[in-house]
Design a protein around this ligand. Structure first.
Ligand code: 5GP
Length: 115
């Protein structure tokens, strides 16, 4: 069950500020408040979804593919495409998910530690 008051829902609604990298109608990219790499960006679809399963099952192909294309665009824009990067999405208790709104971590800008 999606919690409308989770922190990322508040950021999407503009109730809490964020260090924005890119935004459009369907997606928001901003810097993680507690970065674990030189570049640590959170890719967040605006659709109210808890995790990747929820996102893929609730949205049509256009929205899903647009989200992944925007991730590619931001990776390019941040200049980390050539040296490489890591993308991660945590889900649920076993995945250690802290914020229950689907998001993908983009980590790079330096050699990121062991997974
Ligand atoms: P999760 O464990 O859910 O995959 O990761 C949630 C991430 O959100 C964490 O890396 C945490 O540092 C980040 N985070 C939590 N609250 C905020 C916030 O208010 N603003 C920003 N920019 N990031 C946040």
């Amino acid at each position: 069950m999606y919690d409308e008051n989770n922190i990322f829902a508040k950021i999407i609604r503009g109730e809490i500020p964020c260090d924005k990298i890119y935004e459009d109608e369907n997606t928001l990219f901003f810097k993680d408040i507690n970065p674990t790499a030189k570049i640590h960006i959170l890719a967040v679809p605006k659709s109210p979804c808890v995790d990747i399963s929820d996102f893929v099952l609730k949205n049509d192909n256009e929205i899903v593919s647009d989200f992944f294309r925007k991730i590619e665009m931001v990776i390019n824009k941040m200049g980390i495409k050539n040296n490489g990067y890591r993308i991660i999405s945590n889900s649920g208790i076993d995945g250690g998910q802290e914020v229950p709104h689907f998001h993908i971590h983009i980590l790079g800008g330096e050699k990121v530690g062991p997974q």
